[in-house]
Design a protein around this ligand. Sequence first.
Ligand SMILES: C[S@@+](CC[C@H](N)C(=O)[O-])C[C@H]1O[C@@H](n2cnc3c(N)ncnc32)[C@H](O)[C@@H]1O
Length: 214
Amino acid sequence: MNLSKDAAFWSKTARKYAADPIRNMDGYLNTLERTKSYLKADDNVLEIGCGTGSTALLIAPHVATITASDLAPGMIEIANEKRAEEGVENITFQVAQAQDHSQEGTTYDAVLAHNLLHLVPSLDQTLEHLASVTKPGGVFISKTVCAPEGFSLKFFLINSIAVPIMQALGKAPSVNFIFGSELNKRIEAGGFEILEVSDQAGILVSRYVVAKKL
Ligand SMILES: C[S@@+](CC[C@H](N)C(=O)[O-])C[C@H]1O[C@@H](n2cnc3c(N)ncnc32)[C@H](O)[C@@H]1O
């Protein structure tokens, strides 16, 4: 799948994504609290792959500004509806892909990418781009669905059979699962020092990584 197909897939999914309950609420709240603990009231934050904006709306009261972007216009439409309903003024939602925030040379105190890095077409280019928009000493906080270390029949069935069939039917986006250990290395190679790592169990493991821009 290419980026425009992915944008169409996620836009089509957006209303259902917004209506579905969060699968692992404890995991979500834990991630939110850990993330908030790294943010300060005067921070300018970038969130990429923000979906329907739920996390940005919860973080907004704790920071100065958030620019929250997503590849899918359908997701941003819902995010803007929610922002207007809640009367939140310090968020700007915009349609943009993960490697597309450097136009104005703006840099951010914190960059968030929750449930996104396994979906981007080029992880290294994305990390390089995100490093370029994070202030030195700023934080990059990600949560990423990863491949299990070692052989897992469940992962083999999901990744090699179920996902390709779903993709052929237009019911799954592009994905590229890597090991958690590999993800750490790639984040470090992108110009960050890792501060915190934790794994959350699920159908596949989700790795939460907080890293500081060097
Ligand atoms: C699994 S959802 C996660 C949404 C939100 N961050 C969350 O944690 O609920 C993935 C989101 O990433 C967006 N996305 C997928 N590929 C992207 C890309 N290359 N650049 C930016 N956003 C992308 C999708 O449109 C979707 O809204």
